[in-house]
Design a binder for this molecule. Structure first.
Ligand SMILES: NC(=O)c1ccc[n+]([C@@H]2O[C@H](COP(=O)([O-])OP(=O)(O)OC[C@H]3O[C@@H](n4cnc5c(N)ncnc54)[C@H](O)[C@@H]3O)[C@@H](O)[C@H]2O)c1
Length: 304
């Protein structure tokens, strides 16, 4: 049985769907702080629980035969991490340590973790590969970097292997407007409501947008592999915000022009991540280009 923490959230629910599609037994643990029961696959088992609470975790591992953990529960907002670093660190670092201790006790074989490009900070060169310097600019990035190291420390003395997956900007159905990489969800919400969309600065800043179903496919492959590794999960393609806006306009039928506002302080100008590492390890490659991914995303938001 595979435990998906955060399986009622955006990415975790798509991973749960992909695993169930492949006939895996899935248990979702989520405290529903940002996730929703509407996202939960009806064939998954569910426990409402908090990863910061050791009793909740113990109850899960005692009751269910967990072979592997796919850890996606987290505090995901960069802004919240800056306003309340203790909350971020409690959820993201204490939470993962609680889980890893249970994995050690119950002899879990595989651990897959959702890390983030936020660990790299300002790019020193592009595309960002896995050896790029790690200088997180937020407590969120710091907590992801520390979580990665916690996994490596726990794996030293156990038979557990791990996959640390560093995501670029993930988008797709079920994403909420808040949080990391939320620009697609923000524009989608505003476009379907026919409200103004705001672009910060000149809109020439670039990001690496990856479709959530490609992320789910990478997680399934990472769970099925038995080698420990750390890899970017990205498209290796950069898209500027104006281009993104225009593709989204086409897919949603939105007719307004974008409203340009002041650049955001501290915004990274350009970012995209090299993905040859995971390709070589898992033969994984993204199957969705931007227009195919945004088409499916628009269909979801238009009918939500
Ligand atoms: N969305 C992105 O672009 C992106 C990029 C890089 C990494 N990530 C990582 O991917 C993972 C999933 O992100 P998402 O975008 O799906 O976010 P999300 O908010 O939709 O999902 C997180 C889930 O975790 C649950 N949760 C939060 N705190 C919890 C706790 N203490 N105990 C139990 N459950 C808890 C929430 O209720 C929610 O269902 C996170 O670890 C995030 O840091 C996301």
């Amino acid at each position: 049985m595979i435990l998906v923490t955060g399986g009622c959230g955006f990415i975790g629910s798509h991973i749960t769907d992909a695993l169930i599609e492949k006939k895996y037994k899935v248990l979702v643990m989520d405290n529903l702080s940002s996730g929703s029961m509407e996202n939960l696959n009806s064939k998954a088992q569910f426990v409402k629980g908090d990863i910061t609470n050791t009793e909740d975790i113990e109850a899960v591992f005692k009751k269910y035969p967990i072979d592997a953990v796919c850890h996606h529960a987290a505090q995901i907002s960069v802004a919240v991490s800056m306003e309340n670093p203790v909350f971020d660190i409690n959820t993201n670092i204490i939470g993962i340590i609680n889980l890893l201790q249970a994995c050690e006790k119950y002899k879990v074989k595989r651990f897959v973790f959702a890390s983030s490009a936020a660990i790299y900070g300002n790019p020193v060169y592009l595309p960002i590969d896995e050896n790029h310097p790690k200088n997180p600019l937020s407590f969120y990035g710091l907590s992801k970097l520390a979580s990665e190291q916690c996994i490596r420390i726990f794996a030293q003395d156990t038979d557990m292997t791990y996959a640390i997956l560093r995501y670029a900007n993930v988008y797709g159905p079920r994403q909420r407007a808040e949080g990391e990489g939320g620009v697609v969800a923000v524009f989608m919400n505003r476009m379907v409501a026919n409200k103004e969309c705001y672009i910060h600065g000149d809109g020439k800043q670039t990001r690496d947008f990856i479709y959530v179903k490609d992320i789910a496919a990478a997680n399934v492959k990472a769970l099925e592999c038995h080698v420990s590794f750390t890899a970017n999960v990205s498209t290796n393609v950069y898209t500027d915000i104006v281009t993104l806006f225009n593709v989204m306009k086409k897919e949603t039928g939105y007719e307004k022009q974008a409203v340009y506002t002041q650049p955001r302080k501290g915004d990274i100008k350009d970012s995209y991540l090299k993905n040859t590492g995971i390709h070589e390890l898992l033969s994984w490659y993204p199957e969705y280009d931007l227009s195919k991914g945004l088409k499916e995303t628009a269909e979801y938001f238009l009918h939500a």
